[in-house]
Every structure is written in structure tokens, then in C-alpha cells.
Design a protein around this ligand. Structure first.
Ligand SMILES: [Zn+2]
Length: 225
């Protein structure tokens, strides 16, 4: 399976990416992680990226595509991958399409889109609380003893992250709509998008994705346990 994953903010994209990666036995290629790895490994592109970032500037699409190319060309990705966090613009989508053509993967690539309703998302995220001691995030309604962290046992450690405030969430959603939707449309025109309701139980979301992938690829999917 060769996949690109997109998800509305707060819809659990990271969680699904991890589950899919392990169930399908394909590496999870998060662009943040591979950028850090390239810097750490001091590859040619990694050193270039490091210089740019040390000046506080953004790594160009050209360098990012180069790092993604290095990663996807690695034998570890020969049987598939799950690309997460890229492309973020139509220009990046055009560049990644070129790369996929070069790697003979344009036919095989599928795009997983986790959808969310803005109002449901607001309710879910504004109800989140983080523990200041262990940094775990909980749904406040699910915490039985309102003062004790179920993870680390800290007392009175919950706080409302600034990321989870309503105006911040609405703004992230707006940015997501304006930035990501055109990219999804681009892939929809190519018939590559699988849309799944991201507001169900984690297991059900995974099940829906796997079901759609099997249907789309016309074959059974082997799941590693
Ligand atoms: Zn805690």
C-alpha cells in the first residue's frame, strides 16, 4: 500500500497513521521526523536543511522533496509507505506527483482523508485537558476522579492547552479548509481519495479505512498482527 494521509485538525490523524502503519506493515513517513533524521544523519540535504533552519528560515520545497525522495527510494519503502504531513500546498502536490511518477508509483498511490465536522471538532477539542506533569491528553468527561491524572497520578495537574481553545481551533480549521481542501480536490479529480468519517471510535475509523482500501484496490488486505 502506498498512501498519503490527510486529516482535519484534532481528528486523530497521528493515531490512525500509527495503527495503519503497523497493521499494513508499512513505514510511517512523517515529514517532521524524516527531516530531523536527515539532519541527524548529516546527509547532503540534511546539512543544507540544518543551515536554513539555524537561520530560522523554512526549508524549501525543493530540499523537502529531495529528503522525501531519499526516504521513499530506500528499500524500507519498497513495499509501501504512509506519507504524513506532505504535501501541504498545491505546488508541493505537483512536486510529489512528479516524484511518484519517477518512482513508478503514481498508479498505486491512494489518499486517505479523515473528515470531521467543525462543530463536533470544537466540542471534542474544547473538552480536552492535558496533565501538566506527564503531558498526556484526556477527554475531561472521561476522567473519573476529576482531580487525579489516570496516567501518572498527579493531583490537580489538568490544564486547558492554548491549542485547545475555541478560537484557536476555529482558526486551525479555517487554515485546514483553505490549505488542504484544494489538495484533496486535486487528488479527487484523479480518483485517488478515500474519505472516512474521522469522528467515530478509533477502531471503527481504522476498520472503515481498511475496508475502503480493500475495495479500492480490489484485493484482500493482509493485516499484520
Ligand atoms: Zn499525568
Amino acid at each position: 500500500m502506498y498512501l498519503i494521509i490527510f486529516g482535519a485538525p484534532g481528528v486523530g490523524k497521528g493515531t490512525q497513521a500509527k495503527i495503519l502503519s503497523s497493521k499494513l506493515g508499512i513505514p510511517h513517513i512523517s515529514t517532521g521526523d524524516i527531516l530531523r533524521a536527515a539532519v541527524k544523519a548529516q546527509t547532503v540535504l540534511g546539512m543544507k536543511a540544518q543551515k536554513i533552519m539555524s537561520r530560522g528560515e523554512l526549508v524549501s520545497d525543493e530540499i523537502m522533496i529531495g529528503i522525501i525522495k531519499d526516504t521513499l527510494s530506500d528499500p524500507k519503502c519498497s513495499k509501501g509507505f504512509l506519507l504524513d504531513g506532505f504535501p501541504r500546498t498545491l505546488a508541493q502536490a505537483a512536486a510529489i506527483d512528479e516524484l511518484l511518477k519517477e518512482l513508478n508509483l503514481m498508479e498505486k498511490i491512494l489518499v486517505v482523508s479523515l473528515k470531521a465536522d467543525e462543530e463536533e471538532l470544537i466540542v471534542r477539542l474544547t473538552n480536552r485537558r492535558a496533565c501538566s506533569k506527564c503531558q498526556e491528553i484526556f477527554n475531561y468527561k472521561d476522567i473519573k476522579d476529576k482531580d487525579v491524572c489516570p496516567n501518572c497520578g498527579a493531583v490537580d495537574s489538568f490544564y486547558h492547552r492554548s491549542d485547545d481553545q475555541e478560537d484557536v481551533i476555529r482558526n486551525r480549521f479555517k487554515i485546514f479548509q483553505s490549505v488542504t481542501l484544494p489538495i484533496l480536490e486535486h487528488y479527487e479529480k484523479m480518483g485517488k481519495v478515500i474519505s472516512v468519517d474521522g469522528f467515530q471510535h478509533v477502531e471503527k475509523v481504522t476498520e472503515d479505512i481498511l475496508h475502503s482500501l480493500a475495495k479500492r484496490s480490489g484485493k484482500e488486505i493482509t493485516i499484520s498482527t
